[in-house]
Write a protein that binds this ligand. Structure first.
Ligand code: FMN
Length: 325
């Protein structure tokens, strides 16, 4: 057992978090994470409407009596999704934890606080982590440059971000980006984090509602097979290097690309089709450099127990023996 401020904060057994995963973090995956003693977040935007989110929360409750939360990703769009509706459902359904990501959650903080909901904000820089603490977030998830999805534009890797965040914050935080095994967990704890958050690694698990071809692609590809798309739009996203990603890069390289030029490739609908139908060249899929460390498709429980068991043994045996020598 590894006890940290984050296991205490969430009331879970293991210092491992499954962050929001568009289309992937449904009740099937998140309940498996909760039942394995870790903390999972279902991604509200995957469900399209507040009522569908409510149904999914109830479904998840039917599958687990352990804690789980909801991810709210605040997108940089002119016509925002129904965030107030999602939050209202979370309050009504007794959700105790929300993972916010994307834009600053400040406008929603008073309402979340009043409802007694604890907020863990995911961000990609120390200055944003400090800001999150200042506006009343209860915990932070700090995403290094190697992460899947949106790493921000600063390009600072976990090895630097984690100790800097540890120096800057008093609230608990998890290290995110590049984690997939017990060595990563032990390393994150040594660098000052209270746990790890994983995305890509959870996509390659039995319970993830993802076509087998996509899971196998994560096993077959390595740390070199990601690309950053939408850099020119200052909305960088780390994705699997495939035909779709290459098409986006070609359009960007031609110059002056706008979101309208690539929308047909990066749209959520294309990504959903790819995840469900298994054509791994068809759409863009957020994946991290941690693909290099993914060699199998275990159950969620197998994965979490392996990671925590390996971290424990590294700390108790390898590191303890070195310190004594
Ligand atoms: C397929 C996929 C979809 C993701 N979708 C979201 C999302 O909707 N919202 C969000 O906050 N993060 C999202 N992420 C990012 C993860 O929550 C996590 O921060 C990231 O994957 C950590 O890096 P790692 O993949 O190296 O573990 C996604 C990641 C993946 C792999």
């Amino acid at each position: 057992m590894i006890k940290t401020r984050i296991t205490e904060f969430f009331g879970v057994e293991h210092p491992v978090v499954q962050g929001g995963l568009m289309w992937v973090a449904t009740s099937q995956l998140t309940a498996a994470v909760a039942n394995a003693g870790a903390m999972g977040f279902m991604t509200a935007l995957s469900f399209g409407t507040a009522d569908r989110l409510r149904e999914e929360i109830r479904k998840c409750r039917d599958m687990t009596d352990k804690p789980f939360g909801i991810n709210l990703t605040f997108l940089p769009t002119l016509t925002p999704p129904d965030y107030p509706g999602y939050i209202q459902v979370c309050v009504e359904e007794g959700i105790r934890f929300i993972e916010t990501a994307g834009r600053n959650p400040e406008p929603y903080m008073p309402y979340l606080k009043e409802a007694g909901i604890k907020v863990i904000h995911k961000c990609t820089s120390v200055r944003h982590a400090i800001k999150a603490q200042k506006i009343g977030c209860d915990a932070v998830s700090i995403d290094g440059f190697e992460c899947a999805g949106h790493p921000g534009e600063d390009d600072v890797t976990s090895l630097i971000l984690i100790p800097l965040t540890a120096d800057a914050l008093t609230i608990p935080f998890v290290a995110s980006g590049g984690f997939g095994d017990g060595r990563g967990l032990a390393g994150a704890l040594a660098l000052g984090a209270d746990g790890i958050n994983m995305g890509t690694r959870f996509v390659a698990t039995k319970e993830a509602p993802v076509h087998g071809n996509v899971k196998q692609a994560l096993v077959d590809h390595d740390e070199l097979n990601t690309r950053l798309i939408m850099r020119t739009l200052r909305n960088s996203e780390r994705v699997l290097l495939n035909e779709a990603a290459q098409n986006v890069l070609d359009i960007e390289a031609a110059g002056n690309a706008s979101i309208d030029d690539i929308r047909h490739i990066v749209s959520g609908k294309v990504g959903l089709d790819m995840i469900r139908e298994g054509d791994t060249e068809k759409g863009v899929l957020s994946t991290g450099q941690v693909m290099g460390l993914i060699r199998d498709v275990p159950s969620v429980a197998e994965l979490i127990h392996r990671i925590v068991g390996d971290a424990e043994s590294i700390i108790k045996r390898r590191l303890a023996a070195m310190a004594q020598a």
